[in-house]
Design a protein around this ligand. Structure first.
Ligand code: ACM
Length: 260
């Protein structure tokens, strides 16, 4: 299975331009799964909840969904991307998993980061796993990395590949994802963004270093600093099913939850 990510540098609020850039960058690329960053088409720092809603999408509607639906169909691929999700009176920081037949599943970010709490409602989807081309896939978003329970829950549910749209600003996540992969014996795909946003009295620099990591903790693919780009790795998702790390240790069977 070919798993990939694209690391972009969105211009705030320029949804169509940001979408065009991603679509042209992946036009000649091959993949079964493509992971895009958190809020990849809108940018990150909203000035108000109203502004975030004005750039958000009702699931299954809007130009971002329509054009990525076409891409998923043409490539027979799963596309995972972050977007502001309008759900009646609520607004979630969500990750869409869009299938080739146009159906989809949505994960709503559980752990909101810092000022996101001003704009977004806390996610209520919980963590879940679904299948694509025989692989079991789970999603988490950016700051969820800081809570080891997120990846652990996905792994305990049977996830072989954790897709992780991100807009990272804290420095340790790319390295911490090695631990998340290793401690759960799963593949992880962290699609981050680059660039700086100065809005609403905040200045954030996004830290790039998007990575695809194997259950062994080995970094399979990584992007260079501060450049947009695409990377792809060929993986065997079934490698994540074997939790045996020595003749005498299975990292899931050996857990002692009664002491945790
Ligand atoms: C983050 O969760 N976007 C830092």
């Amino acid at each position: 299975m070919l798993v990939s990510l694209y690391q972009n540098n969105p211009a705030f609020g320029q949804v169509e331009k940001n979408l065009d850039e991603v679509l042209s960058a992946v036009a000649d690329k091959s993949f079964d799964i493509l992971v895009l960053p958190e809020l990849f088409a809108t940018g990150y720092i909203f000035e108000s909840r109203e502004e975030a809603i004005s750039l958000g999408d009702i699931p299954g509607k809007g130009i971002v969904f329509d054009r990525l639906k076409r891409l998923a169909h043409e490539r027979d691929a799963l596309i995972i991307y972050g977007f502001p999700e309008i759900a009646e009176a609520k607004l979630f920081n969500s990750s869409m998993a869009l299938f080739p037949d146009g159906t989809f599943k949505i994960y709503r970010k559980t752990h909101l980061f810092n000022t996101e709490k001003k704009f977004f409602d806390p996610g209520d989807s919980g963590f879940f796993v679904f299948e694509f081309k025989g692989a079991r896939i789970g999603m988490m978003i950016c700051f969820d990395w800081r809570f080891p329970e997120a990846a652990r829950k996905l792994a305990l549910l049977g996830s072989q590949v954790i897709c992780h749209p991100s807009n990272l600003v804290l420095p340790h996540c790319p390295d911490a994802m090695i631990t998340r992969a290793l401690e759960n014996n799963v593949f992880t795909i962290t699609a981050n963004r680059i660039g700086t946003e100065n809005r609403a009295g905040q200045s954030l620099r996004f830290i790039d270093r998007s990575r695809i990591i194997a259950p062994s903790g080995h970094v399979l693919s990584e992007l260079p600093h501060d450049k947009p780009g695409f990377v792809v790795s060929e993986i065997d998702p079934q490698l994540a099913d074997n939790k045996q790390i020595t003749a005498g240790n299975d990292i899931f069977a050996d857990r002692r939850p009664e002491f945790y």
